[in-house]
Write a protein that binds this ligand. Structure first.
Ligand code: A3P
Length: 283
């Protein structure tokens, strides 16, 4: 469509990137059955919303160290590996809320969600997919926006995902959650980190939070990441580096959206989120 191509893998109505088909297949049935522990922490994000950033913040708070970690995804890992991870386990997922483990839905373990404004998510996603070999994406930003606004997109549609999240208290009243916003995390980092500490129930003082803030600063994380080479990324990306650390800014979408695209997007946003009380910051 629009001279753009992309490769999907469809399973039970859910759209996954093609390079994870077998795991993705298992996970739909397996994560529901995943036995959770009281001290489990699940980071839930729509892709490109700051997963790596928040994962490392959580990892530092949970371990009490300034060490970096690659996210452990429920959907990209072997369930046996997840089952044998030592407590407190930290894992992440882009899976839609309906696919969360039943235990999590019932209040065993806690869920951290980070939400980012969808215009920056779209740009970040476009740049990411353009750099990946494995999804066979070709095309321009305009064609990408078309995919992004469709219901069938990797891990679902952004609008649908956010609506499900907002409804979570009604759908799964026992689930223990905290919602953070990418833009606010950038602007008021320390106070957000203190909220996270309280939610995790760990005791980390202000000095520790300040250290985490410095260690997870965009430039620092980017440098750290790029100094590591990873065989896996060499096979799935075009230039061998997983393109996760790009700009890390709020409002970069302005460099990408034409006035027409922006108008259309605003219209869709208004329509799709009508009746939902979301107040996202776009710049
Ligand atoms: P951009 O492409 O806009 O730069 P995810 O980890 O969910 O894949 O999200 C990736 C996005 O988060 C990228 O956005 C990336 O630059 C940004 N990001 C990664 N680490 C960050 C950090 N420490 N601070 C702010 N943004 C960060």
């Amino acid at each position: 469509e629009f001279g753009n191509t992309i490769q999907y893998s469809l399973y039970k109505g859910h759209v996954f990137p093609p390079h994870v088909p077998t795991n993705a297949r298992d996970l739909v049935t397996n994560t529901a059955q995943l036995k959770c522990r009281q001290e489990d922490v699940l980071l839930y994000t729509y892709p490109k919303s700051g997963t790596h950033w928040m994962y490392n913040i959580l990892h530092m708070f949970l371990t009490g160290t300034m060490t970096y970690a690659n996210p452990t995804y429920l959907e990209f890992n072997d369930i046996d590996m997840i089952n044998t991870m030592p407590s407190p386990r930290l894992f992440t997922t882009h899976l839609e809320v309906d696919l969360f483990p039943d235990d999590i839905k019932n209040g065993k373990g806690i869920v951290v969600n980070i939400i980012r404004n969808p215009k920056d998510v779209a740009v970040s996603y476009y740049c990411f997919l353009s750099a990946m070999k494995s999804v066979g994406f070709t095309g321009d930003f305009s064609g990408f926006l078309h995919f992004f606004l469709k219901e069938e997109f990797f891990f679902g549609n952004w609008f649908t995902a956010i609506k499900h999240w907002i409804d979570i208290k009604k759908t799964y009243p026992k689930m223990k959650t905290i919602t953070l916003y990418y833009e606010d995390l950038k602007r008021n980092t320390l106070s957000n980190l203190e909220r996270v500490v309280e939610f995790l129930g760990v005791s980390r003082d202000e000095e520790f939070c300040r250290k985490v803030m410095a260690e997870t600063d965009f430039t620092k994380m980017k440098k750290k990441h790029e100094s590591k080479s990873c065989e896996h990324f060499k096979t799935v990306t075009k230039d061998g580096v997983l393109p996760v650390y790009r700009k890390g800014d709020v409002g970069d979408w302005k460099q990408w959206f034409t006035p027409e695209q922006n108008k259309h997007f605003d219209r869709v946003y208004k329509e799709r989120l009508a009746g939902y009380n979301v107040d996202l910051v776009f710049e």
